[in-house]
Ligand binder design. Structure first.
Ligand SMILES: Cc1cc2nc3c(=O)[nH]c(=O)nc-3n(C[C@H](O)[C@H](O)[C@H](O)COP(=O)(O)OP(=O)(O)OC[C@H]3O[C@@H](n4cnc5c(N)ncnc54)[C@H](O)[C@@H]3O)c2cc1C
Length: 395
């Protein structure tokens, strides 16, 4: 395992990080380079290390795969090049796709030839309340005609399909919509902090979706999305912590090189605080994320653990990148260093994947609920109260 982790780290450092300026341009050249790098990753046996055995992957437990994901995350493009982003789509299709859908889409996805975006959030609606989705799917033949608008859809610039949350007769449903379908339109790229970062607004104008492109059962959209997001959040938490570690390395190297007033920056107490607080935050968030993965690996309800991991990882990553920028001074704010792009991107993690506040509120509610039947919380165990009971009765 350690050897594999080291190979992934080398690939990220030697192949992906040098290509970041091109990949960040979010245009056709970026797409071409991404596919080239994916091909190199496949040749090197490093593509899809999070895939299950049923599709030819190594079938690693999530807690093991996270050690690889951590290295992928050192570059924001690592997960896309090495398949860390695709893991969630592969698992979603396997769990919820019917035979015709799997026939058409699973293999290209596993081969890295198909990109999928996820369309839940809508302009003018609170994204933190998925029940507020207004995109409408009316019955049409054996399928639906979809009308609506989505925004902040990551990777929609080049995605081949969008998993779209739409309101059908039975409630919210998840539909896999090929982006080439008539009526599917990319409206605009949404700049984040003034830059194109792969976030798009899309319009669906009477888009016909055949019945076999439904994921799960009609009305099960929130469950399908919830499952996808639980795995996605855990993985992304580790990706963000990989980025935090890269920022930490850059910061510490700079502190040991930069001289100010005749002494090294690393000798200044306030500078040392950046090192200490970053180290302890990364270490704590990392443990929380591995703990969440362990709970999911055991098939337990990990909502509290995943929420704790997500909030710790997003805050840590954003904070460490900010500290590193501060240590670098003006240069840290410039594009001469990767830190400004990292700090901008990592700031968004406190909003995407559910704003931190939503996780804090719901996890705290679940924790408090355990006190309905207990007078103390058992920190030596993981999983929520229901699962504690199941574990206790397991042979
Ligand atoms: C970089 C990026 C990528 C994204 N990618 C995707 C994607 O691929 N697909 C997709 O569908 N969406 C995506 N999103 C959208 C993201 O999921 C939403 O932004 C998020 O769910 C929050 O919704 P909102 O922005 O509408 O904020 P709102 O729901 O309007 O919330 C605004 C703020 O209110 C506060 N708040 C909200 N609820 C609570 C609560 N219960 N308790 C306390 N405070 C609360 C929080 O501070 C929150 O930031 C992305 C967003 C970003 C920034």
């Amino acid at each position: 395992m350690a050897e594999l982790v080291a190979l992934v780290r080398d690939f990220v450092e030697q192949e992906i990080i040098p290509a970041e300026p091109v990949l960040q341009s979010d245009g056709p050249e970026a797409r071409r380079r991404l596919l080239e790098l994916r091909a190199r990753a496949r040749e090197s046996g490093l593509w899809g290390l999070g895939f299950p055995e049923s599709v030819g992957g190594p079938g690693l437990p999530l807690a093991d795969y996270l050690l690889i994901a951590e290295q992928e995350g050192r570059s924001e493009f690592g997960p896309s090049v090495l398949g860390g982003e695709t893991v969630v789509d592969v698992r979603m299709l396997l769990a919820h796709g019917g035979p015709r859908l799997l026939d058409a889409y699973l293999q290209p996805l596993v081969d890295g030839e198909l990109s999928v975006s996820f369309g839940m959030t809508e302009p003018g609606r609170p994204g933190s309340q998925p029940q507020a989705v207004s995109t409408h799917a009316a019955r049409e033949g054996d399928g639906w005609s979809v009308i609506g608008r989505k925004w902040f859809i990551s990777n929609a610039g080049f995605a081949d399909c969008t998993v779209t949350m739409a309101r059908t007769e039975s409630g919210l449903s998840a539909l896999l919509i090929p982006t080439s379908t008539p009526g599917y339109r990319k409206v605009r790229s949404l700049k984040v902090y003034g830059r194109d970062t792969g976030q798009w607004e899309i319009e669906l104008d009477h888009v016909h979706v055949p019945g076999h492109l439904l994921l799960g059962r009609e009305g099960d959209g929130l469950a399908v999305a919830g499952e996808r997001m639980t795995l996605g959040r855990t993985l992304r938490s580790m990706h963000w912590l990989g980025a935090a570690q890269r920022a930490f390395d850059l910061m510490c190297r700079r502190l040991r090189e930069r001289e100010v007033h005749g002494g090294l920056l690393s000798e200044r107490q306030l500078m040392r605080e950046h090192v200490f607080l970053s180290y302890s935050a990364i270490s704590a968030a990392r443990e929380l994320t591995l703990r969440a993965a362990g709970v999911l690996d055991r098939g337990l309800d990990g909502r509290v653990e995943v929420a704790a991991a997500k909030v710790a990882a997003s805050r840590t990553a954003s904070d460490v990148a900010e500290r590193a920028v501060q240590v670098f001074g003006a240069e840290g704010l410039s594009d001469d260093q990767p830190l400004s792009a990292m700090a901008r991107r990592l700031r968004t993690t406190r909003i995407l994947d559910g704003p931190d506040e939503v996780h804090i509120t719901s996890a705290a509610g679940r924790l408090l609920q355990t006190f309905a039947t207990a007078t103390t919380f058992d920190f030596t165990r993981s999983g929520t109260d229901r699962d504690h009971a199941l574990e206790a009765t397991a042979p």
